[in-house]
Design a protein around this ligand. Structure first.
Ligand code: 5GP
Ligand code: ZN
Length: 113
């Protein structure tokens, strides 16, 4: 997808701090972390948001949840973590390539929104 920031990161055209990669997904550290651990997990195929991804490839969406569990474990988030995906303008989605935020490493705020 032309002009998509996360497609460029996946292709290596924009540098990122890689956490995990396989043929389906790429995970990297958020440039503006909101917690001691803040990893973004994206599908390599461009989907605008989680709904588009889940509707077009439910297996991939499920696979991404499994990868979140693996990344949380490898990042040492034994005491829990928060999984967020902002979807559309009301949720302030700023990058239109589906991504899951994996947040943890400290006690997170009780309020989510
Ligand atoms: P959203 O607001 O769409 O849910 O999340 C987009 C996330 O991408 C934000 O948390 C933001 O900090 C992160 N981000 C934006 N630009 C870059 C970048 O160039 N590199 C990395 N690693 N993260 C970015
Ligand atoms: Zn993209």
């Amino acid at each position: 997808m032309d002009n998509c920031l996360f497609c460029k990161i996946i292709e290596g055209k924009i540098p990122s701090a890689k956490v995990y990669e396989d043929d389906k997904v790429y995970a990297f550290r958020d440039i503006n972390p909101q917690a001691p651990v803040h990893v973004l997990l994206v599908p390599k195929k461009h989907y605008a948001n989680v709904c588009e991804c889940a509707r077009e490839d439910a297996d991939l969406a499920g696979y991404m949840l499994k990868k979140c569990a693996d990344i949380a474990e490898s990042e040492g988030l034994k005491n829990g973590f928060r999984l967020i995906t902002n979807n559309g303008p009301d949720a302030c989605q700023s990058v239109q390539h589906m991504h899951l935020h994996i947040l943890g490493g400290e006690q997170l705020a009780d309020r989510m929104g």
